[in-house]
Design a protein around this ligand. Structure first.
Ligand SMILES: CC(C)(COP(=O)(O)OP(=O)(O)OC[C@H]1O[C@@H](n2cnc3c(N)ncnc32)[C@H](O)[C@@H]1OP(=O)(O)O)[C@@H](O)C(=O)NCCC(=O)NCCS
Length: 145
């Protein structure tokens, strides 16, 4: 297993996973969000992929928050569901948290994410911020130290 930063050539595989896991999310928008990693924008995201046997099993992204650069947002945490329950999601999240811990100038104090499955992220050290955020989504935070 190899966990690394995404390359441009991974975008298609990541997009395929999104299309299956989030069929109602606009496909063009998802593609734009993935391509944003390779743009010059101030808060361009970093996408991380978990690769096994030369295939992308899971991926997810993070970026500094536009509201406060001591906060990192985490998003698009996805496993290829043919390989769910094998620990790829956990390995991915641990790697992303470690990368966020190493961010400097300024150091990150908090990671935040928005999810429909808070129980999954609770096991990874996140806590709920309120009961509901947006429809079925719940906002969660994790202190980074
Ligand atoms: C959530 C997701 C990333 C988990 O990936 P995964 O690679 O299967 O996760 P892991 O193998 O690391 O972890 C499996 C564990 O998570 C638990 N889990 C999986 N889905 C869960 C859910 N919806 N709610 C709560 N726990 C869940 C499993 O029961 C298992 O628990 P255990 O370790 O105690 O046995 C994957 O199911 C996915 O991509 N889902 C669709 C996209 C999504 O909802 N992403 C989160 C959006 S923020």
């Amino acid at each position: 297993m190899n966990i690394r930063k995404a390359k441009k050539s991974d975008i298609n595989s990541m997009h395929q996973i999104i299309k299956i896991n989030s069929p109602r999310y606009p496909k063009k928008l998802a593609l734009q969000e993935l391509n944003e990693m390779f743009s010059d924008s101030l808060h361009s995201p970093t996408f991380i992929v978990v690769e096994d046997k030369n295939e992308i099993r899971a991926f997810g992204g993070f970026s500094r928050s536009g509201a406060d650069d001591m906060i990192c947002d985490i998003f698009w945490i996805n496993t290829n569901l043919e390989y769910s329950g094998k620990g790829f999601g956990r390995k991915l999240m641990e790697d992303i948290i470690n990368r966020i811990k190493k961010e400097k100038s300024p150091k990150v104090k908090m990671a935040m994410l928005c999810t429909k499955i808070p129980n999954y992220f609770k096991k990874l050290g996140f806590e709920k911020l309120g009961k509901k955020y947006d429809r079925d989504y719940i906002l969660m935070k994790r202190t980074i130290n």
